[in-house]
Write a protein that binds this ligand. Structure first.
Ligand code: NI
Length: 179
């Protein structure tokens, strides 16, 4: 178990497509996920993708419960999602504020689909098939974007809605030491 360094925007490997996982329930995969969990929790992230710690595999984790970075977000179950496939269930999109551990100290307003289905596998190779809406759907889209080499600023429609967290959300600073 280890807290790993999170790569920041500007690193070329954050812009690369990740490779699918071909072997499940291996020591290497379990270690990767433990490191991702430790790193995400240490930084109070809502999610983390393997490329953010320099591993180019299609592995993401996410979890939202009483997160000081997202105090108004509805809870999202702790999830390991490998080789994800998203299906958009409604064409409707909604703007919402996002941050990213690879872009510390900033937030941007990003349009995301409001309803989707996601399928994939957990670290043991068990199939996962869920329907998500709202913030849950947003987190999934943000994390899966990392596997495509897409960072949230690339999705912002109007860059006037991109800025420093301390300026946009001064009340958040009292509860956050990082980002
Ligand atoms: Ni991110």
């Amino acid at each position: 178990m280890a807290v790993r360094r999170v790569l920041k925007m500007g690193e070329p490997c954050l812009l690369e497509a990740a490779e699918p996982v071909t072997e499940f329930d291996t020591p290497a995969l379990h270690t990767l996920i433990e490191d991702m969990r430790d790193t995400m929790h240490a930084q109070h992230g809502a999610g983390l993708a393997a490329p953010q710690i320099g591993t180019g595999l299609q592995v993401v984790i996410f979890s939202v419960a009483n997160n000081p970075r997202y105090p108004d977000a509805e809870p999202v179950p702790e999830t390991v999602l490998i080789n994800p496939v998203l299906t958009v269930l409604a064409q409707e999109q909604e703007d919402g504020w996002e941050g990213c551990l690879s872009i510390p100290g900033m937030r941007g307003l990003v349009p995301r689909y409001t309803h989707l289905r996601y399928r994939g596998y957990d670290q043991y190779g068990r199939q996962l098939d869920r329907v998500a809406a709202g913030f849950h759907a947003r987190v999934v889209q943000h994390e899966v974007d990392h596997l495509l080499g897409v960072l949230y600023p690339m999705r912002i429609r109007d860059l006037r809605y991109f800025g420093y967290t301390e300026v946009l959300f001064p009340h958040l600073q009292a509860t956050m030491s990082d980002d």
